[in-house]
Design a protein around this ligand. Sequence first.
Ligand code: ADP
Ligand code: MG
Length: 238
Amino acid sequence: MARLEIRSLHKYFDGTEVIKGVDLTVEDREFCVFLGPSGCGKSTLLRLIAGLEDADEGSLVLDGQDITEWPAVKRNLAMVFQSYALYPHMTVRENMSFALKLAKADPAVIASKVAHAAKTLALEPLLERKPAQLSGGQRQRVAIGRAIVREPRIFLFDEPLSNLDAALRGQMRLEIARLHQELAATMIYVTHDQVEAMTLADKVVVFNEGRIEQIGSPLELYRRPVNRFVASFLGVPR
Ligand code: ADP
Ligand code: MG
């Protein structure tokens, strides 16, 4: 189970409010997309969920447990970044093993989890390579593999495909959709790309300037945008 309730969340940077009271529930196994223009607070909200930033007001409740004060490691949520954030001096295998090694997992268990994730992501032929010897798409697959081996309660993706060219983006989008099915995991996915949001999401949360404008399925948003901002951002008539 991984059901996340976000309650009246606020965040300030240097006296400026960037998250202005967010209330939202992400259901177990849901693919929830945070969609909005650059600078509207999507990454900040994701970092608050991950425990990489502290909220100034409000709370986060995961499966009925208040995790607002929990440090990132205890939350066991895995973040996948646009910049991949791989360790350049480590091989693919070492990159994928690292978090489990730190947690002092059994070496045989680590090997088997890494092997399984490598198979799922077609990374088996690349396990002994370093990140510099990989294409952008392969690097992003390693970053996703690194998240998978941790068996996180929720996957958090921050614009993971933005650095890839259009063709590869389409392919990786399908791969992420397949992973969501296979892993039956809760996923929160941040993007400013309407096509990504509409093709991947069970639920889209449209953000603007630190607030939620609308929550709905892709179809609901297309059919009934609640205001001019949502309509124009999605490019649908209203
Ligand atoms: P998005 O991911 O939607 O592009 P961000 O969450 O990165 O938006 O940023 C939201 C706002 O908060 C922006 O105005 C940004 O400049 C500001 N911001 C983000 N992180 C910091 C920080 N660490 N310190 C100060 N301001 C920040
Ligand atoms: Mg961002």
